[in-house]
Design a protein around this ligand. Structure first.
Ligand code: SF4
Ligand code: SF4
Length: 307
C-alpha cells in the first residue's frame, strides 16, 4: 500500500500536479447520497485529489483591468479540458499497472441528465461530486469563509480534480491548521453580495467540522459570467435582448464556456491578496496582486443591470 501510494503521488507530481492528497472513502460517510463518490463510481475505496495552481498572472491581469483571455484560456479552459485530464489519465494508468482501476473525475459537470438506472443510486447519470470537499477530505486544506478550498501553499488559487479508485492507499492526514482568518475581504469585495459573513454551513469529515459561510450561487453566476453591465467591461447594456456580448461569444466559440468575467474579485483575488500580504500562505512575490484603488467602470450607456 505504501509503495503504490508513493508511486501514485510521484506520478501525479511528475505529470504536473502541484499538490496531491489521498482520502479513504470513509471520509465521505456524511456526504449527501447524490454527492457521494460511490454514486459516480461504485467500487471506490479511495479518492486521490490533485490541485493545479492557476498562474498568478492570469488573475493579476484581470485585477489590472487589462487582459481577461489568459484567465479564460489558461486558468479555466486549459486547466479543465487539457492539463487535468492528462494528469488524471497518467494516475489511472499507474493504478492499472498494479491491477487497480481508476476513474478520472474532471470539471465541469453536467449532472443527472440521464434516466435513473440503479436502485442504489439516488439519481440518474452522470453523477456529480464536490471537488472542493474532496480537496478538504484529502488533506489539502480547509474551507475559507468564502466556501472556497484554501491551501497553505496557494490560498484559493487552485483547481481540484480527482481520481476515484478501487485501490486502498495510505490516507493523507487532514489539514489541522487554519489559513482563513475571517478577514471578510471576500464578502466585502464580492460585487454580487453572494458571500455570507458567518460560518453557518458545516461539512463533517472524519468527525471534524469544517465551516464556511453560505454562497448565493445564482447571484454569483450573474456577475461571474458578466451579465451585469455595471461590472463587466465587455457588456455595454446596449446588446440586443438575449444576445451575449461579442467577447462572451468569442470565448464560447474558442474555449467552449460562457466566459468568466468576475474571476473571483472577492473570493479569489481579494482573498489571495490578503493572504499573501499577511504571510498566511507560502508564496512570496515581487509584485502585489492588488496595488492601489481597484478598477471600477463608469455607468454604461443604458445603465443598470441587464436582466
Ligand atoms: S478573504 Fe479572508 S475571510 Fe474570506 S476566505 Fe479569504 S481569509 Fe477567509
Ligand atoms: S466569483 Fe465573483 S461574484 Fe462570484 S462569489 Fe466570487 S467574487 Fe462573488
Amino acid at each position: 500500500m505504501e509503495r503504490l501510494t508513493e508511486r501514485i503521488r510521484t506520478t501525479a507530481l511528475d505529470a504536473g500536479a502541484d499538490l496531491v492528497g489521498v482520502a479513504p472513502i470513509s471520509r465521505f460517510e456524511n456526504a449527501p447520497p447524490e454527492f457521494h463518490p460511490r454514486a459516480v463510481f461504485p467500487p471506490t475505496r479511495t479518492v486521490v485529489a490533485i490541485a493545479l495552481r492557476m498562474a498568478r498572472g492570469t488573475l493579476k491581469a484581470v485585477e489590472e483591468g487589462t487582459y481577461w483571455q489568459a484567465y479564460n484560456c489558461d486558468s479555466y479552459w486549459h486547466m479543465n479540458e487539457v492539463e487535468a485530464p492528462q494528469i488524471l489519465r497518467r494516475i489511472c494508468v499507474a493504478l492499472e499497472q498494479d491491477g487497480y482501476t481508476g476513474l478520472p473525475v474532471h470539471n465541469p459537470f453536467q449532472p443527472h441528465l440521464g434516466r435513473r438506472i440503479r436502485e442504489d443510486n439516488p439519481l440518474g447519470p452522470d453523477g456529480i461530486c464536490s471537488l472542493r470537499v474532496i480537496g478538504v477530505a484529502a488533506g489539502l486544506g480547509e474551507f475559507g469563509m468564502s466556501r472556497f478550498l484554501l491551501t497553505p501553499e496557494y490560498g484559493p488559487r487552485q483547481r481540484i480534480f480527482a481520481v476515484f479508485t478501487d485501490a486502498e492507499l495510505v490516507p493523507s492526514p487532514l489539514f489541522k491548521g487554519s489559513v482563513c482568518d475571517e478577514c471578510l475581504a471576500c464578502a466585502r469585495e464580492c460585487q454580487a453580495g453572494a458571500i455570507g459573513d458567518e460560518r453557518t454551513e458545516v461539512v463533517t469529515i472524519d468527525g471534524r467540522d469544517y465551516r464556511h459561510a453560505p454562497l448565493d450561487t445564482t447571484a454569483c453566476a450573474r456577475i461571474q459570467t458578466g451579465h451585469d453591465p455595471r461590472f463587466s467591461p465587455f457588456r455595454t447594456g446596449e446588446e440586443e435582448e438575449g444576445r451575449q456580448p461579442a467577447y462572451n461569444r468569442f470565448i464560447q466559440e474558442k474555449f467552449h464556456h460562457s466566459g468568466i468575467i468576475c474571476a473571483g474579485r472577492g473570493c479569489i483575488r481579494a482573498c489571495m491578496d490578503h493572504l499573501e500580504k499577511t504571510g498566511r500562505i507560502a508564496g512570496r512575490f515581487h509584485t502585489p496582486l492588488i496595488e492601489g484603488e481597484r478598477w471600477k467602470l463608469d455607468q454604461p450607456p443604458g445603465g443598470g443591470e441587464d436582466r
